[in-house]
Design a protein around this ligand. Structure first.
Ligand code: KE4
Length: 433
């Protein structure tokens, strides 16, 4: 497809109206293409590894609804399971056995989780887990890392990643200083900085929360010893270690990053994949900590649609598909081949690039490597990434519309899809070099 051959007239008309109805025309900021330029593509439908826009253009999709579509979009078995549950209604607001079923699957899969509470988004899960950290330890401060994103709750909007980084926003207005004064930050992969924060705040830090593999500042992996060091530091200081696995959960492995790296936190947040495309978040961990959550204990958290049968059904079927033999070997092979091909194509065009992949997550930066933290990630050429993004769209490949997001593959991405993607990268790198 030659450049500018993409007809996006209906997308433009629909998005034009959207901007009159909703701030920025979107329901979530990163979708607005603000950092990559051009106008968002309005999706009409998705299936497997593909998305079609309202003008009939097909794209090979590496966003996958930001993580949930790990089995491929609209998997037939998920759809039929949903249709069956739909006959019984959409939301009960009462206990249902499907919650037991998904809860048992999560507990069986994720090493740190002995009990779990379902919510409706990753943001809710992270809000609740912070309240639980504070309730359990009686301490108010929390350590997070620059570039990590734990949803949009006030106390986490400090040097956050994802859309906050994408839009280059200073920490958001409307967040009182009093709310974030207990949020301490350190550079990712910097154990010394964490040690200093503990020394400066004796007996005051409830815990450390992090993305065990960072997917909200591009793609940053933990250096050897980093996760293990945090495990020791938190234990030494009577603080909790919390892995935010909303993105990595059931993607880095069936047991998440904690299983892959062999470092077991005290609490874990989850989302995306466990909802199979419907709104589900969750937090879980050691039973003695979870026993504090109302109504078992005094720490309050609630939600009208939490644990609804439709969302539970999509999550159950998705995890059933993922726990089949060979799933993660397949995801690893697909993603490694893609990433290696991207690096090779960029190098052949003389472009600076650094990147990596783990299981079904990958990312690259248009700069010299390595990128070990958010400061180094910000050194990437985001203007050139914008030109790359637009060029790849013209060639039928849909990348995350931000240099500060990770890429996602799925069980539906075929060898032919990867070959077509690598051909598009080769042509696009030549255009932007
Ligand atoms: P949600 O509230 O968006 O379901 O989850 C918040 C969240 C928490 N923790 C991690 C590690 C996350 O990645 C997220 C959400 N991820 C972004 C994508 N980088 C969601 C996309 C968006 O904001 O539109």
């Amino acid at each position: 497809m030659t450049a500018n051959a993409l007809n996006t007239s209906r997308s433009q008309a629909i998005f034009g109206t959207a901007q009159e109805l909703m701030p920025g025309g979107v329901s979530s900021p990163v979708r607005a293409f603000r950092s990559v330029g051009g106008q968002p593509i309005v999706f009409d439908r998705v299936k497997g590894p593909y998305a079609w826009d309202v003008d009939g253009n097909r794209f090979i999709d590496y966003v996958g609804s930001w993580g949930p579509a790990i089995c491929g979009h609209a998997h037939p078995e998920v759809i039929s399971a949903l249709q069956e549950t739909l006959e019984k209604g959409t939301s009960f607001g009462a206990p249902c056995e499907l919650e037991n079923h998904l809860a048992q699957m999560v507990i069986d899969a994720v090493p740190s989780v002995e009990m779990v509470r379902f919510v409706n988004s990753g943001t809710e899960a992270c809000m609740a887990v912070l309240r639980l950290m504070r309730a359990f330890t009686g301490r108010d401060k929390v350590i997070k890392f620059e570039g990590c994103y734990h949803g949009h709750a006030d106390m986490f909007l400090v040097k956050a990643g994802s859309g906050v980084a994408t839009l280059g926003l200073p920490d958001s207005p409307g967040v009182p200083r009093s709310t974030t004064s207990n949020t301490l930050t350190a550079p990712y992969n910097d154990l010394e900085a964490v040690k200093e924060l503990f020394a400066e705040n004796p007996d005051a830090i409830s815990g450390v929360i992090l993305e065990p593999v960072v997917g909200n500042a591009g793609f940053i992996t933990p250096e050897p010893g980093f996760l293990e060091g945090l495990r020791e530091l938190t234990k030494e200081n009577g603080a909790l270690l919390v892995f935010d696995e909303v993105m990595t959960g059931f993607r880095i492995s069936y047991g998440g990053a904690q299983e892959r790296f062999g470092v077991i936190p005290d609490l874990t947040t989850m989302g995306k994949v466990i909802g199979g495309g419907l709104p589900v978040g969750a937090y879980g961990g050691r039973a003695e900590i979870m026993a504090m959550v109302a109504p078992a204990g005094p720490m309050y958290q609630a939600g009208t649609l939490s644990g609804n049968p439709l969302a539970m059904t999509a999550g159950i079927k998705t995890l059933e598909l993922l726990r089949q033999e060979g799933t993660y070997e397949r995801l690893e092979a697909t993603t490694q081949r893609l990433l290696k091909g991207i690096l090779k194509a960029a190098n052949e065009s003389g472009l600076s690039i650094t990147g990596s992949s783990i299981s079904a997550m990958f990312g690259f930066y248009l700069c010299e490597g390595p990128v070990r933290n958010f400061e180094e990630a910000k050194g990437a050429d985001t203007d050139r990434f914008g030109r790359l993004h637009r060029s790849m769209l013209e060639k039928g490949v849909y990348l995350a519309p931000s240099a500060f997001e990770a890429g996602f593959t799925s069980l539906a991405h075929s060898e032919a899809d990867i070959d077509a993607t690598l051909q598009a990268f080769k042509e696009s790198f030549a255009e932007i070099a």
